[in-house]
Design a protein around this ligand. Sequence first.
Ligand SMILES: *[C@@H]1O[C@H](CO)[C@@H](O)[C@H](O)[C@H]1NC(C)=O
Ligand SMILES: *[C@@H]1O[C@H](CO)[C@@H](O)[C@H](O)[C@H]1NC(C)=O
Ligand SMILES: *[C@@H]1O[C@H](CO)[C@@H](O)[C@H](O)[C@H]1NC(C)=O
Length: 527
Amino acid sequence: MRLLLVLPALLALTHDVYSARILSLFPHTGKSHQMVFEPLLRRLAERGHHVTVVSFFPIKNAPANYSDVSLQGLAHLGLEVIDLSIYEHPSKLLRMIGLEKIVKQITEFQPLADMALSVCSKLVNFKPLADALKKEYDLIIMENFNSDCMLGLAHVYGQKAPFIYLSSCGLMQWSPGRLGLSDNPSYVPIVSSDFANPMSFFQRLENTFLNIYYKLWFRYTIQLKEKEIIEKHFGKKIPDLQDLSKNVSAVLVNVYHSLYGVKPLLPGVIEVGGMHLDHTRKPIPHYIEKFMNESEHGVVLLSFGSLIKTATIPKHKEEMIVRTLSKIKQRVIWKYEDSGEEGTITGNILKVRWLPQYELLQHPKVIAFIGHGGLLGMTEAISAGKPMLVVPFFGDQPYNGASAAAVGFAKVIPYIELTEKSLLEGLQDVLSAEMRLTARRASKIWKDRQADPLDTAVYWTERVIRWGHQAPLHSHARDLPLYQYLLLDVAATFIVVIIILAVILRVMLVLILRFVSGSVNAKEKLH
Ligand SMILES: *[C@@H]1O[C@H](CO)[C@@H](O)[C@H](O)[C@H]1NC(C)=O
Ligand SMILES: *[C@@H]1O[C@H](CO)[C@@H](O)[C@H](O)[C@H]1NC(C)=O
Ligand SMILES: *[C@@H]1O[C@H](CO)[C@@H](O)[C@H](O)[C@H]1NC(C)=O
């Protein structure tokens, strides 16, 4: 009997975890998010774990013991869907009164809510997901982005396993509190801003406002509504998703401070930026390699990522870009969806439909990168040590650009400020020997870590499997009510004590004065 009780404890003390059952829940439709998660999930399966992945992106040649539950068909995928013309006509009025950026940030978040609710209302009804959630697991991995629907569903199906979050970008504003992490807006810029430290008074004002706004926005436009969707479908009450989320064991964040800026961390907030970078190289298509080989002064890469459909760029802007690029002596490779099978060459520009971006960035002939500031491209550029011209559009892109500029290996030109003059000047900066040197140094610092980021991610994932709730990695801040966290009770006490002391002091002063003037008067009377 004794032995039976001791045995599991002894097993837990050995440091390996063998074939744990891991369920991964990714309800977001953005392909770039999945590109970050996939290498970790693969690696976990290769290490002998049983990995079940619920996502919109089932993988090809999956390793043994890796199984996909496909969500395909439940929503449109976020791939080359963003039409650039929406960025062409910003409001002049808002710009004049300085509110343009705030309004832009607030409005561009709205689609995230619509997406989350629409997917959630389908997930509650999705049998393959229900089947997966009915099984037992040792760990659940969830994406921490715009939805808590999966969290609610895991609860409905009685999941008791510890869970961790993966974040393919920096932490969203509603996430730090889940682990009790400080996100003081005096020095932690929010994920959609374009701020870098030190922030001016107005920047801190905006940063504080948006920090609070986004927390409330997520709570009221997503979290409470998802709870409602789940309760309505299953006909029973579930706990507040906010409370469920505060049971998370750790969060792996796809950033690294040498690019993203130094911020407060906790043992359970683990920077794994770069974990998706593939160490096996894809071959570079022959026609691209030939184009690069023949360049005398090197090549500049231009890509606006997977979400933006570059071919929707307005004609006048495209012509302006082509005209400017034709003025530099380097050759240019441009990721452009509407180009021919073998690419289309105009002057020094090769337009290609698809390119192996990371492999090209590593290529010695490629000397600079013009991109939109998506975190994956930035990560690839800093890892390869190539300077960047960042043309940010939305989401975290302005912030990523600002961070890279603060490190010194990038120049930022917002899309609406993109003109022949600004582009040419920007390119000259980026192609300068100085910035190329800074980029190479940034790359060395980026790579100088205790462990490879993918190994780090695997380690912490398995650590949570080993110890779960027995080895907490969060701070007590997450359990504090707001008034205690902000020390409002303590501050109030101080204020009351100070007021009482002031009153006592005043009364004493009055008494002393009275006494002194009384004795003076008495003396005067005597004279
Ligand atoms: C797959 O799982 C089975 C059962 O746990 C295990 O015996 C086998 O070694 C695993 N395969 C791999 C490649 O890890
Ligand atoms: C959080 O986890 C603990 C430990 O497993 C469990 O006892 C508790 O019920 C969980 N809380 C919620 C709200 O699920
Ligand atoms: C490009 O140059 C490299 C090194 O000189 C060579 O190995 C490769 O075959 C060349 N590729 C093409 C397509 O010309």
